[in-house]
Design a binder for this molecule. Structure first.
Ligand SMILES: Cc1cc2nc3c(=O)[nH]c(=O)nc-3n(C[C@H](O)[C@H](O)[C@H](O)COP(=O)(O)O)c2cc1C
Length: 364
């Protein structure tokens, strides 16, 4: 297995702390703000569907992978069930220059899992293995000179979009000697916990990283993440292949809790998801977090986020700005008059609206 930036981070810091992939949440502006203020080691994109990328005539789906140098190392997450499409999308992501490609084998949403993708792959471990192999093959083929033109299901519109992104985000031509890592994020079982039988199928394929969310598909997001199972799984994976980086995930609230999980359960690091909503500072160690809270105005950051959102996706009407509103509501949690402020913010249609509301409440 190749030496990776994951091992470098681990050697330097003793743990890896990352922003978890979240569909509809961890888009380009959210990742930019999270990374700027939270300085986590690694960020994951929202997932994108390989069948959608290969079959759709629209390149907009690639917007999920927008990033610039400040977001590195950037892990692009993909999902689907067709190994050949995974292979070709791996070539595309290599060409884009991402640092890692993560395969989603954990999404419980019926729109994903009922089609055999996401967490449904736990029930079809041979297909899961073929998918990992397909991504690894795509990466290797790209290293050997393959381009998008060699991929029969990637239309020329995707090359056009990719070139435009390179210019917009000032991304250099990707270096074929620096290959993205291939990793998997999964859950501990389908109906029942089955990590000890499921994980060896993944380990066999030698992914660089496995992230385990301590819930089953059936649990979706209910109950508590089972860190005992995550701990046992860390031991198992390390016994089978000590080179694989093993991350735990589920219900971690801040840096110190991540540190405690690493100590108690033997994981190499942790991904934090929901605790970061409106709180980019949860990734900072306590002292820095306190300084942050004393010196930074979270509403100024909310406005910066809204402005970046508008610059990225447009604003000025409900249609474009709607997905930003939930972030605004999260920023407003826990402050005096939260309900009043929130109800105004969730009706905003632009960064200008947000600025007016925040000024009217003397928050900026
Ligand atoms: C809104 C939302 C969207 C999510 N989308 C994804 C996704 O695209 N890919 C993925 O692997 N996990 C996704 N997840 C799962 C999270 O990455 C994470 O595994 C889960 O929320 C548990 O971690 P947490 O307790 O720190 O939030 C999503 C979770 C939420 C709440």
């Amino acid at each position: 297995m190749q030496h990776t930036f994951w091992q470098d981070i681990l050697a330097k810091q003793g743990m890896i702390l990352g922003l978890s992939p979240m569909d509809g949440v961890s888009d380009y502006p959210f990742r930019a703000i999270s990374k700027k203020y939270g300085r986590m080691d690694v960020v994951f994109t929202e997932f994108a569907n390989v069948e959608g990328i290969c079959r759709s005539g629209h390149a907009a789906i690639l917007n999920h992978f927008d990033f610039d140098a400040a977001q590195r190392p950037l892990i692009a997450q993909i999902f689907g069930k067709t190994p050949e499409y995974f292979r070709q999308v791996a070539v595309l992501l290599c060409e884009l220059g991402v640092d890692g490609i993560d395969i989603n084998m954990g999404c419980p949403a019926p729109t994903v899992a009922s089609h055999g993708s996401g967490a449904a792959l736990i029930k079809t471990p041979q297909l899961a293995q073929q998918i990992i192999k397909a991504v690894q093959t795509g990466v290797r083929e790209w290293a050997n000179g393959m381009t998008l033109a060699d991929c029969p299901d990637l239309g020329p519109h995707l090359q056009v979009a990719l070139d435009a992104k390179r210019i917009r985000f000032q991304l250099p031509i990707a270096d074929r000697s620096k290959l993205p890592t291939v990793s998997v994020k999964t859950r501990m079982g389908f109906h029942e916990e089955s990590a000890a039988t499921w994980l060896p199928y993944l380990v066999d394929m030698q992914p660089a990283v496995i992230t385990l969310h301590g819930r089953t598909l059936k649990q979706s997001y209910t109950g508590q993440a089972n860190w005992e199972v995550i701990g046992r799984s860390a031991t198992l994976v390390k016994q089978l292949n000590p080179q694989i980086i093993f991350l735990g995930n589920g219900d971690v609230m801040d840096y110190e809790m991540a540190q405690a999980k690493v100590r108690e359960y033997g994981v190499d690091g942790v991904l934090i998801g929901r605790a970061s909503f409106g709180k980019p500072y949860v990734f900072l160690p306590e002292q820095e977090r306190l300084t942050f809270l004393q010196t930074q105005n979270i509403f100024a950051i909310a406005l910066e986020h809204a402005t970046l959102y508008e610059q990225t996706y447009g604003g000025g009407d409900k249609y474009h700005f709607l997905p930003m509103r939930k972030h605004l509501a999260w920023y407003a949690r826990g402050v005096p008059q939260a309900a009043t402020i929130r109800s105004a913010l969730v009706r905003s249609n632009s960064a200008t609206d947000v600025a007016q509301i925040l000024k009217a409440h003397q928050l900026i």
